[in-house]
Ligand binder design. Structure first.
Ligand code: ZN
Length: 463
C-alpha cells in the first residue's frame, strides 16, 4: 500500500462500518480495521464519513448555448466538481452543425477536455438528426465507450428537436448495441405555443422572468415523460429521463418501473431546493433553466421519488452563466441564457435532505455514486469502495456548517442560487485514483490529471 485512508466510517448504499482503506497505484487494495501504515501516506478520516467518490453525470462545461458559452470551462467546472466531492463528471457531445458526424463531435470534445480536466470524465453523445449515416454511428460509438445518447424533445428553433419516430428508432438501434437513449422531456408544441401567446410587449414588460412559469407548466414536462415512457415500452429499449422537475413525472416513472419498463429517472438539487417563486424576485432571471423550477410540492415529490427508488440518479445539469451573460436577456424572458452552476454544492444540498429525514443516507450514496456508475457502464471501476476499484473517495464531515458564498468557491460564476444559505455537511477531502485533488473546499489537484473513461453498456441496471 502507498496510501491509507484511516479512522473513518465507511458508508456505501448497503453498509456503514468503521474501517481503513488501503490504496496502491491508484486502486483500492484492502478494506479492513487497523491497517498498518508501514511507511504509507496516511490520510486521516477520524470522525468523518468515507464514501465512494461522487459522480455528476450531467454537466455542460464550455457549452456554446443561448448566444454565449457556459462560463464554467473544463478547467473551472472540474475544479468545482473536485471541491464538491465529485471524482467523475459526464458531459455531452452535441454536434454544432446538424451535418457533423457524432463520432467526430465526440473526438473533438474529448480533445478539448483532456488537457484541462481535474477529475475523470466521460461523454454522452447527442442525436440531433436521424438518418442512415447517424444510425450507422451508434454501434461504433458504443464500442468506443459512448453508450448513451441524448435526444431533445424541445429546442425546435435551434435544430436539436427529436420527433417521436426518431426517438423510437434510436431506442431500437441503441438497444442492439448496449446503449441507452436519454431524453430531455418537455412538450415542444405546448411550450412553443404558450411562449408565442405570452410574448406581447405588454406581457413581457409586466411579468418579466415569471413568464417562464407561465409558459412551462407542470404538464409540459409530464406529458413528454409519459410519451417517452410509451416509446420505451413499445420498443423495449433503455430510456433515461434527465433533469426531472415534477412530482407527477416521478410518479409516472415509478409506475412504469413497476411494470418492468426500462426507464430511469434523474433529478437535480435545484428542483428540490428551489421553486418558481424565485422568478418574482429581483434578478429572478438568473434562475432560468430548462425545464423550469416548478412548485414546492414538486420538490417534495422528487425527494420522495429518490427515497422510494422511483428516481435513481441525481445529477446537476451544471450549465453556468454569469451575471453579465444573464444580462443578455434585456428584460425579454425568451433571450435568457438558461442554466446555473451546480456540481460544487451537489453533495451538500442532497445531504440537507438526509438531515431533514427526506432521504436515507445509504440512498444518498446510491443516487450520486453507485447508481450513476452502474447505469452508465462505469461500475465497479467507479462508484464502489471495493478491492480493485479506482481509489476514488470522498471524505465527508457531516457536522461542518458553512454559509454558501460564491466568492469562496471554485466555480467561475459571480452569483449563486444559494448565496447566504447555511448548509451542514461538507466534503473535506476528495481523492481521485489515490491522489488528493481537493481539500477543504479548494481544488489542489493537477490540471489534466483527469482521464477519459471508456464506458461499458448503459441501461436500466439498478433496482
Ligand atoms: Zn442538461
Amino acid at each position: 500500500m502507498d496510501t491509507i485512508v484511516k479512522g473513518g466510517t465507511i458508508v456505501t448504499p448497503h453498509e456503514k462500518y468503521k474501517a481503513d482503506i488501503g490504496i496502491k497505484d491508484g486502486k483500492i487494495t484492502s478494506i479492513a480495521s487497523n491497517l498498518e501504515a508501514n511507511g504509507a501516506t496516511v490520510i486521516d478520516a477520524t470522525g468523518k464519513l468515507v464514501m465512494p467518490g461522487m459522480i455528476d453525470a450531467h454537466v455542460h462545461l464550455s457549452l456554446p448555448f443561448g448566444g454565449t458559452v457556459s462560463s464554467d470551462t473544463w478547467q473551472t467546472g472540474t475544479r468545482a466538481a473536485a471541491a464538491g466531492g465529485i471524482t467523475t463528471v459526464v458531459d455531452f457531445a452535441i454536434p454544432r452543425d446538424r451535418a457533423d458526424s457524432l463520432m467526430e463531435t465526440v473526438n473533438n470534445r474529448k480533445a478539448e477536455a483532456e488537457n484541462d480536466v481535474y477529475v475523470d470524465f466521460a461523454l454522452h453523445g447527442a442525436i440531433t438528426r436521424w438518418d442512415e449515416e447517424s444510425r450507422k454511428e451508434i454501434g461504433p460509438l458504443c464500442k468506443a465507450g459512448i453508450t448513451t445518447f441524448k435526444m431533445f424533445m424541445v429546442y425546435r428553433s435551434i435544430g436539436w428537436l427529436s420527433t417521436d419516430p426518431m426517438i423510437v428508432e434510436a431506442l431500437e438501434e441503441t438497444k442492439k448495441h448496449g446503449g441507452m437513449v436519454q431524453v430531455h422531456a418537455e412538450s415542444v408544441d405546448l411550450i412553443d405555443s404558450l411562449i408565442e401567446n405570452h410574448s406581447s410587449p405588454e406581457e413581457i414588460k409586466k411579468h418579466g422572468a415569471y413568464l417562464h412559469t407561465l409558459t412551462r407548466p407542470q404538464a409540459s414536462e409530464y406529458e413528454a415523460i409519459q410519451r417517452a415512457i410509451t416509446w420505451a415500452e413499445y420498443t423495449g429499449g433503455h430510456l433515461y429521463i434527465v433533469h426531472m422537475s415534477t412530482k407527477r413525472g416521478a410518479e409516472m416513472v415509478a409506475e412504469a418501473r413497476k411494470r418492468g419498463i426500462n426507464v430511469i429517472g434523474e433529478t437535480c438539487p435545484q428542483y428540490m431546493h428551489l421553486d418558481d417563486s424565485v422568478f418574482s424576485q429581483e434578478n429572478g432571471h438568473y434562475y432560468a433553466t430548462q425545464p423550469q423550477l416548478k412548485k414546492p410540492e414538486d420538490g417534495e415529490g422528487l425527494w420522495n421519488g429518490l427515497n422510494s427508488m422511483a428516481l435513481s440518479v441525481v445529477g446537476t445539469d451544471t450549465c453556468t452563466f454569469n451575471t453579465e451573460q444573464k444580462a443578455l436577456w434585456e428584460g425579454d424572458f425568451r433571450k435568457i441564457p438558461m442554466g446555473m452552476p451546480g456540481s460544487e454544492l451537489m453533495v451538500s444540498l442532497i445531504y440537507e435532505g438526509v438531515r431533514e429525514g427526506k432521504l436515507d443516507l445509504h440512498r444518498m450514496v446510491a443516487v450520486m455514486s453507485e447508481n450513476p456508475a452502474k447505469v452508465f457502464g462505469m461500475y465497479p471501476k467507479k462508484g464502489a469502495l471495493l478491492p480493485g476499484s479506482d481509489a476514488d473517495i470522498m471524505i465527508f464531515d457531516p457536522d461542518k456548517k458553512y454559509i454558501v458564498d460564491f466568492n469562496q468557491m471554485e466555480t467561475n460564476c459571480d452569483w449563486s442560487p444559494y448565496q447566504g444559505k447555511e448548509l451542514t455537511g461538507f466534503p473535506t477531502t476528495t481523492i481521485l485514483r489515490g491522489k488528493i485533488i481537493a481539500q477543504d473546499g479548494k481544488c489542489v489537484g493537477d490540471q489534466g490529471y483527469g482521464q477519459f473513461i471508456k464506458r461499458g453498456p448503459s441501461g436500466n441496471f439498478v433496482k
